[in-house]
Design a protein around this ligand. Structure first.
Ligand code: BDR
Ligand code: CA
Length: 308
């Protein structure tokens, strides 16, 4: 299996991504690290531990990372993910402990000790990874690739220009873009193609296991703002696309490009500027996802959830 570390801010779609990753034999989840994002750090840590426990994957270690972005004040998304970050899904206090090591330290140590390069799946603001790269630049060669949910080539979802994860910590995102590590960017242009329509949710419900039930309960209460504004027929499952890319990249159409993040302007703060034509005079620093086979994505998700 491919070793991966998941950095996340659960978050309803983060939760689905964690379930997808922990179900698949082709992935070996080395650690889950959380960050302040959709919710404050204390909530994302707790949610990750609850989700690991519900999935009966208690051997997967959960670490807490940075409690705030590099420069900006924290920005949460309670209106999207509910007051507990899981759309109100109530889970018992977890037995799975929070690891005593800081998430950034754990990320550095795991990478330094790994006999093979590890892939990173980032599902939230990029604060933890940026701090790790600043603190320990030697980890770069130990990272096989970074697959990032973030950005938008068309409209954003926090401002007209910016997507949440990049808007929440644009400076961290820029550090990661400049890292020279192989990057894949999966933005809203792609994630808005994987809509959890009522028939798809019904198929998940019919799996009739506790994880599938939790997914249906959370996703049913997710993304209503996006849906209304964009006229979608269900919520988009942003973060699971990252996991899908790690196991089935052929589901995606991609193109190399140069990506930079706006960190200075008020109007465009957090915008991912994607240059496919070399207009800015840079070689590509990222593989940019353009589209996804959404039918194939839901087949993968259903198969994975059926394993619980
Ligand atoms: C991203 O923002 C968060 O609210 C979601 O979990 C996802 O990672 C989508 O913009
Ligand atoms: Ca997220």
């Amino acid at each position: 299996p491919k070793p991966i570390i998941i950095d996340c801010d659960p978050g309803i779609d983060d939760a689905v991504a964690l379930f997808l990753a922990m179900a698949l034999d082709s992935l070996d989840v080395k650690a889950i690290i959380t960050v302040a994002g959709n919710m404050p750090l204390a909530v994302t840590e707790r949610n990750a531990r609850c989700l690991v426990e519900l999935a009966q994957r208690s051997q997967v270690k959960v670490y807490g990372g940075c409690p705030r972005p590099l420069l900006r004040s924290p920005l949460f998304a309670r209106h999207v993910h509910g007051d507990n970050g899981l759309g109100g899904l109530l889970l018992p206090d977890p037995q799975v402990p929070l690891q005593p090591t800081h998430g950034v330290t754990a990320l550095i140590e795991i990478l330094r000790q790994s006999p093979e390069p590890v892939s990173l799946a980032t599902l939230g603001p990029l604060t933890n990874l940026a701090v790790a790269l600043v603190q320990a630049p030697d980890i770069a060669p130990a990272i096989a690739e970074i697959v990032i949910m973030g950005g938008a080539m068309r409209a954003g979802n926090v401002t007209p220009s910016a997507e949440f994860n990049f808007y929440a910590d644009p400076h961290a995102a820029q550090i990661v873009m400049d890292s020279g590590i192989p990057l894949t960017l999966i933005g809203l242009d792609v994630t808005h193609q994987v809509i959890a329509t009522p028939p798809r949710l019904e198929r998940i419900r019919q799996l009739q296991n506790p994880v599938a039930q939790a997914v249906v309960e959370m996703v049913s209460r997710y993304g209503s703002t996006d849906q209304q504004v964009l006229g979608l027929v269900g919520p988009p499952l942003h973060d699971p696309c990252v996991i899908a890319y790690l196991v089935q990249p052929d589901l995606f159409e991609t193109k190399p490009g140069y990506v930079a993040i706006e960190t200075a302007s008020d109007l465009n703060l957090g915008r991912s500027v994607v240059d496919f034509q070399g207009l800015m005079g840079h070689l590509p620093n990222a593989t940019v996802a353009l589209s996804i086979d959404s039918v194939g994505f839901y087949e993968l998700l259903l198969e994975a959830l059926s394993l619980y």
